[in-house]
Write a protein that binds this ligand. Structure first.
Ligand code: SF4
Length: 196
């Protein structure tokens, strides 16, 4: 192999990693770092209320400072998110509302990846045992179509990925929420808490 090709091969590809929160970012970030030059992208206008959004964003920013990686913060366009999922508020978690929510965030991630010169993009969402990687990956590929940036398929919960994320989160003393993020999942949590 000539020197030029060898150098090209040794340069890691750039990946933009959509991060839903700091605990979910931990394990996927470490995994991807072995193969890629990773930048995180915090884009989660689904999170309600705004004080909770700020808390999760600040934890991602804290982790980025402590671990020394770059994080791009997307806008908190909550109204546009509500428009995207309108009339699906009663769907159970994991249903059609969630598919619309994944699409909303992944389309923006594809756009941000293109603007920032990334070769690929992916998301931490599949680390959750409550989220189906097949649905996330299908939507990821659809979001990539026509963007000029490829989607990197993953199921980060595999091989004890979720367990690893909870362990690292404990070590890093990260804030861990007990609901997915939107107002609907917050209400579901309240229902679960009510005494029967
Ligand atoms: S439950 Fe989670 S994934 Fe589903 S719509 Fe709400 S924030 Fe999005």
């Amino acid at each position: 192999m000539d020197l030029k090709l060898e150098i090209q091969d040794s340069v890691k590809k750039k990946i933009l990693l959509h991060a839903c929160c700091a605990p979910c970012l931990t394990h996927p970030f470490r995994m991807l770092l072995e193969r890629f030059d990773v930048t995180a992208f915090f884009y989660n206008p689904n999170i309600h209320p705004e004080s909770e959004y700020r808390l999760r964003r600040e934890e991602v920013e804290r982790l980025s400072r402590e671990w020394g990686f770059e994080v791009i913060i997307g806008p908190y366009d909550a109204e546009a998110w509500f428009d995207a999922v309108r009339r699906r508020g009663d769907d159970p978690e994991g249903g059609e509302r969630c598919a619309l929510c994944y699409r909303f965030r992944l389309e923006k991630t594809a756009e941000a990846a293109r603007k920032n010169g990334a070769d690929l993009f992916t998301t931490t969402l599949s680390i959750s045992p409550l989220k189906k990687a097949t649905v996330i990956n299908r939507i990821g590929h659809e979001a990539a179509a026509g963007s000029g940036v490829a989607f990197y398929e993953a199921d980060f919960k595999k091989k004890d990925g979720f367990k690893s994320s909870t362990r690292i989160s404990r070590e890093e003393k990260l804030y861990r929420q007990d609901y997915c993020g939107c107002v609907f999942s917050m209400r579901e949590r309240e229902k679960r808490r009510r005494p029967r």
